[in-house]
Design a binder for this molecule. Structure first.
Ligand code: PEP
Ligand code: MN
Length: 350
């Protein structure tokens, strides 16, 4: 249930309503917009039926949210969530590019990649240290060593970093190094992990599972939000269909659908969605046209030697070219892209 109060209601009057809800045994989630203040009450609200909330100053409307997800829904918050990471904003007017290797392999690889993607216009460096590989015989990542290298490369280039956390017992360690936690497609219905991440104060990049509906993705986000962490970035990364030319099928319609259903930022990962580097650029462009808030792209100094996902990984110069080609599309859809100043690449290299 949500209680909508006028945006101009004074704090004391808002507090009276919250107080009453607490007295009745409910947790309250608050969303403050300019026009309205929304109090979200989640769970069994039967005992509130007899409370005359309309008699409280500032209360304008009481609505039951029919959708199974509540805090993630547009009903709860009718303006977009904008997530701030360092000086970056995700979910605002600017389209944010996150790029880097599938997995952090060594110092040279991650530092060179970081410098180049930064120079091309990426704002966030990605790189796995704990990898959810389908086969237990595949390279599983460098663990803490990988986290250290990623964080150092981020620090040196001024990029924020994102990396995957696979289990509850990795949260504290990963938190020491990352700016954003990534929850992978294979783990996004690990509800114990989601709840624990909901108690942290860092943004969560939540990938859609390969057989997960839009509603289920939003319910996974809801697990995090209910714990008090409202900074969730949804990521469409392709779903499994009968088509096997591509690794997955990029569900482009998920972008406008999620934007309609939820206030959370939405990004697209065309690398895992296609599994083929040649398809990454066209799908990245399509994602921008469909309204994505950002892209997550795999880039490597030498994709053919990559220890993971080489076939879908862009070379540095292909990535730079892609970014150049994205600019007119970003402008055409009325979004922004903060172009790195001319000569930035040379400055970083020297
Ligand atoms: C990744 O981004 O490193 C990854 C493993 O992707 P996904 O969880 O979407 O398969
Ligand atoms: Mn990968």
């Amino acid at each position: 249930m949500i209680i909508i109060m006028n945006g101009k209601t004074n704090d004391a009057d808002v507090e009276k309503v919250i107080q009453k809800l607490h007295e009745m045994g409910h947790k309250v989630h608050i969303s403050r917009g300019e026009r309205r203040i929304v109090l979200g009450v989640i769970g069994d609200v039967e005992n509130l039926a007899s409370v005359p909330f309309y008699a409280y100053n500032g209360v304008e409307e009481i609505i039951r949210i029919i959708k199974p997800y509540k805090l993630a829904s547009r009903e709860f918050k009718d303006f977009n969530t904008i997530i701030k990471v360092k000086d970056i904003t995700i979910g605002g007017k600017e389209v944010i590019v996150m790029a880097g290797p599938c997995v952090v392999e060594n110092e040279k690889q991650i530092f060179e990649t970081a410098q180049q993607v930064k120079a091309s216009g990426a704002k966030i460096l990605r790189g796995g240290a704990f990898k959810p590989r389908t086969s237990p015989y595949s390279f599983q990542g460098l663990g803490e060593e990988g986290l250290k290298l990623l964080a150092q490369a981020g620090k040196e280039t001024g990029l924020a970093v994102v990396t995957e956390v696979m289990s509850v017992n990795q949260i504290d360690l990963v938190a020491e190094y990352t700016d954003i936690f990534q929850v992978g497609a294979r783990n996004m219905q690990n509800f114990v992990l989601l709840k624990e991440l909901g108690k942290t104060k860092k943004p969560i990049l939540l990938k859609r599972g390969m057989a997960v509906t839009i509603e289920e993705l939003l319910l996974s986000a809801e697990y995090i939000l209910t714990q008090g962490n409202y900074e969730v970035i949804l990521c469409e990364r392709g779903i499994r269909t009968f088509e096997n030319y591509t690794r997955n099928t990029l569900d482009l319609s998920a972008i406008p659908a999620l934007k309609r259903l939820s206030h959370l930022p939405v990004i697209v990962d065309p690398s895992h969605a296609t599994g083929r580097w040649r398809l990454v650029s066209p799908m990245a462009k399509a994602a921008i046209a469909a309204g994505t808030d950002g892209l997550l792209i795999e880039v490597h100094t030498d994709p053919k030697s990559s220890l993971s996902d080489g076939a879908q990984t862009l070379k540095l110069d292909t990535f730079t070219q892609l970014i150049k080609e994205l600019r007119p599309i970003i402008q055409a859809v009325g979004r922004e892209f903060n172009i790195p100043v001319e000569g930035e690449l040379d400055r970083i290299k020297n």
